[in-house]
Design a protein around this ligand. Structure first.
Ligand code: FMN
Length: 364
């Protein structure tokens, strides 16, 4: 097991409706005031990162959506240590503009901005904004070029790139970002194409929620592929956390979320998501095998099963770490109060278990 402490990120609710496609009451808001306070609470609770989302149109509820880069900057301005990961979607974003815009935010925030390169799953959204829709593996080929260009512009002078999607000619960005070697590059997606890309160019691979077996298969595949490319990549896993004083309470909350599912929106999302994992050659990507219940949390976060008491959840997090997971990406029902509870009740148990493990391995 890694000697490094496992890191924690939370999903920024910068789109309306929270993280579940359900009509259940949620004390979560997509407003900037709510989110500024949430970022401050998360920082104090021990979270390392916040992850924003990019949506151009409503897809499954999520009727209102704040843009990810502008929103990330606002959260950075309200905090001092937290790193904020801004979602960037190749297609609408061009890499030279993203490199410039993010370098400025990096300078303004002492190197605390990071990016999550997402490759797109929602054809209707691309059509709505007049963006050409590429088929699954082509989207990843474009994202890979996008990342190579970002890194090139951020780290080299007189950078030139001649790709199938992007061309850069003898370009020197000034000032370059403060973060070294460059702002961290995350990517989201779980298909074979996503793993191939992570194994070559990304610093972090973010995947949807899954069972320990499902996560292990991905971790082993990526680590083997990355080694073949002399690249190293860290792994972040999504989970919808329901931590309550008793397991019964936590399970009852899960049941209530599912019982109040917005059935029409879940089905609409499931149909759109077929453009993602199922449409890859192997049909292994996100949502390829998700049930109706799974899709109520739109990144399969129930599957990771961080639902129970603080002790149960802490043990399962450390078990994920033992499989090679470096970061846990958490979503919650009532964000502010549950982030605070997580920091107070779950995180110290995780650190205790990690310390105990370190002692045991040192003694062995
Ligand atoms: C943690 C995480 C965050 C994501 N955030 C976004 C996002 O903000 N906007 C978006 O359009 N897609 C987002 N995605 C979707 C992916 O970029 C990708 O399109 C989807 O997972 C399907 O890819 P796959 O077939 O490789 O699994 C995210 C995925 C993950 C795992």
């Amino acid at each position: 097991m890694s000697q490094q402490a496992i890191k924690f990120a939370y999903w920024v609710p910068n789109v309306s409706g929270g993280l579940v496609v359900s009509k259940i009451e949620q004390r979560t808001s997509w407003s900037i005031d709510y989110n500024r306070k949430l970022a401050q609470l998360a920082e104090a609770a021990g979270f390392d990162y916040a992850l924003t989302q990019i949506r151009f149109t409503a897809g499954y509820g999520a009727e209102f959506q704040h843009e990810s880069v502008a929103f990330s900057h606002a959260l950075l301005a309200a905090t001092t240590r937290l790193k904020v990961i801004a979602a960037i979607l190749p297609g609408p974003w061009k890499p030279a503009l993203a490199a410039k815009q993010l370098a400025t935010i990096d300078q303004l925030t002492q190197g605390r901005i990071a990016v999550n390169i997402v490759s797109g799953w929602f054809k209707g959204e691309f059509q709505a904004i007049g963006e050409h829709w590429l088929e699954h593996d082509e989207r990843y080929r474009r994202s890979e070029e996008f990342i190579r260009v970002l890194k090139g512009i951020w780290t080299q002078d007189n950078f030139t790139f001649k790709g199938d999607f992007y061309r850069i000619n003898n370009y020197t960005l000034k000032p370059k970002p403060l973060a070294l070697p460059h702002p961290e590059i995350f990517q989201g997606g779980s298909s074979r194409a996503a793993r191939d890309m992570a194994a070559q160019v990304s610093d972090w691979y973010f995947t949807n929620g899954n069972t320990p077996e499902g996560i292990k298969t991905q971790v082993d595949d990526i680590r083997a592929k990355a080694a073949a490319h002399q690249h190293s990549v860290k792994i972040g896993v999504n989970a919808f956390v329901i931590a309550r004083d008793t397991e019964e309470e936590a399970r009852a909350v899960l049941q209530a979320i599912i019982d109040s599912a917005d059935v029409e929106a879940v089905h609409a999302f499931g149909d759109a998501a077929k453009q993602a994992g199922k449409s890859s050659l192997e049909g292994e990507g996100n949502w390829a095998k998700s049930t109706f219940e799974d899709l109520v949390q739109y990144n399969d976060g129930f599957k990771t099963n961080l639902i129970g008491t603080p002790q149960q959840i802490a043990e399962r997090i450390v078990a994920l770490k033992a499989l090679g997971v470096d970061l846990l990406l958490a979503g919650f029902l009532h964000f502010q109060e549950e982030v605070e509870y997580f920091g107070r009740r779950v995180l110290p148990l995780v650190r205790e278990l990690e310390a105990r493990h370190l002692k045991e391995t040192a003694a062995a």
